[in-house]
Design a protein around this ligand. Structure first.
Ligand SMILES: Nc1ncnc2c1ncn2[C@@H]1O[C@H](COP(=O)(O)OP(=O)(O)OP(=O)(O)O)[C@@H](O)[C@H]1O
Ligand SMILES: [Mg+2]
Length: 347
């Protein structure tokens, strides 16, 4: 296009020069009246306009062709995680007993992210995952809904190997509140009902209230019908997190994966979210990637990850009793004047 556009313009300009030179001579020699030459100029301009328009169309065609090459590439992608033909559906609501057996995982061969993870999560308990940024906390959590399969080892839910289960029946059991909450372009209500389309208006509002989101939702321009997301009304990080919590409450799955956001929130919002999270965890098996000390402290078991391995496991008191990574992380965070969430594994 860098060549094509100037070439079209140059041809047009040369045509005009040609016309002025020869047309001008004809006028000087009085073979052609000047009015005809002027008229000719206008006709020429009428010809140039569609030629320029065509050259723009040509540009669009080239761009589309370049884009179209990538579409089949994307459509042709095979998901890494596939469902076996003989996969079974979980019978009813899961108890929520999750076991990692010698699980290793890597995104790229030779660069292990998780190594030899053995972890038991008992039904109804809260397990907190802590560790420095980038050790693989999010990765470990993402193995449970089978966003990836372990490269070695096995994960079971209620005794079933995850790979033997139907994907939909597995994922129905799991609510996820992500580090960076994803909102769809749609209304607040549509975003809340995403995991549970059949919930009634009353249930939706109750969930929003329990998540501390009802208050700000009713203050939005169109309340629950306000369009949010990519091109809609922009919500703050704290508001997005509360919407995600409300969404998870509505879905009411027995297993909860919570990757706490690390964004610094004001003390009041922080307290509201903390309360909402506690309500969300009641009666669920929860794996929490915790950045807030308050969440970590209340967990039944704290798992400390370092360099892709579990280096410590125990309750807050047990882990504080000796001088390990947890105690060091905890002391650093406790001593900061302003809380630095990243020290307990922020990003
Ligand atoms: N999709 C991916 N492809 C390749 N490498 C990845 C991918 N996601 C994460 N990683 C790498 O895997 C490692 C673990 O990442 P992970 O997101 O699990 O860390 P984390 O413990 O959750 O960190 P944080 O506390 O900052 O959220 C990092 O080194 C990261 O660069
Ligand atoms: Mg993470």
């Amino acid at each position: 296009m860098a060549v094509f556009h100037p070439a079209v313009e140059l041809a047009a300009a040369l045509g005009t020069i040609f016309l002025i030179y020869f047309g001008g001579r004809l006028v000087i020699h009085r073979t052609v009246p000047i009015a005809d030459l002027v008229a000719y100029f206008f006709y020429l301009e009428l010809l140039y306009q569609p030629v320029r328009a065509l050259s723009n169309v040509w540009e669009s065609i080239q761009q589309s062709l370049a884009g179209a090459e990538r579409v089949p590439e994307l459509l042709g992608q095979n998901p890494d995680v596939t469902e076996k033909p003989q996969a079974i559906a979980l019978p009813g609501r899961a108890k929520g007993e999750i076991r990692f057996h010698n699980v290793s995982f890597w995104y790229r061969e030779g660069e292990p992210v998780l190594e030899d993870i053995n972890l038991e999560i008992e039904p109804g308990t809260v397990v907190a995952l802590v560790g420095p940024s980038g050790v693989g906390k999010t990765t470990l959590a993402m193995l449970i809904p089978r966003f990836y399969d372990p490269c070695r080892g096995q994960i079971t839910l209620d005794g079933y190997d995850l790979r033997a289960l139907k994907l939909q029946s597995l994922r129905k059991q799991i609510s996820i509140v992500m580090q960076d909450v994803f909102l769809f372009h749609g209304t607040v209500r549509e975003n809340l009902l995403f995991g549970c389309p059949d919930a009634s208006e009353k249930e939706t509002i109750q969930a929003a209230q329990a998540a501390g989101a009802h208050g700000f939702i009713v203050e939005l321009p169109q309340g629950y019908d306000t369009v949010i997301g990519e091109r809609g009304f922009k919500l703050s990080a704290g508001q997005r997190e509360r919407l995600a919590i409300a969404r998870a409450l509505l879905k009411d799955a027995p297993i909860l994966i919570l990757d706490e956001a690390t964004s610094a929130l004001d003390v009041e919002t922080e307290a509201q979210i903390q309360q909402a999270l506690e309500r969300l965890m009641i009666g669920r098996t929860s794996l929490v990637i915790a950045h807030r000390l308050s969440t970590v402290r209340k967990a039944d078991t704290i798992v400390v990850l370092q360099e892709g391995r579990i280096v410590d496991k125990g309750s807050h008191e047990e882990l504080m009793a000796w001088d390990g990574l947890y105690r060091r992380l905890h002391l650093i965070q406790a001593h900061e004047a302003t809380p630095q969430p990243s020290l307990l594994g922020g990003s």
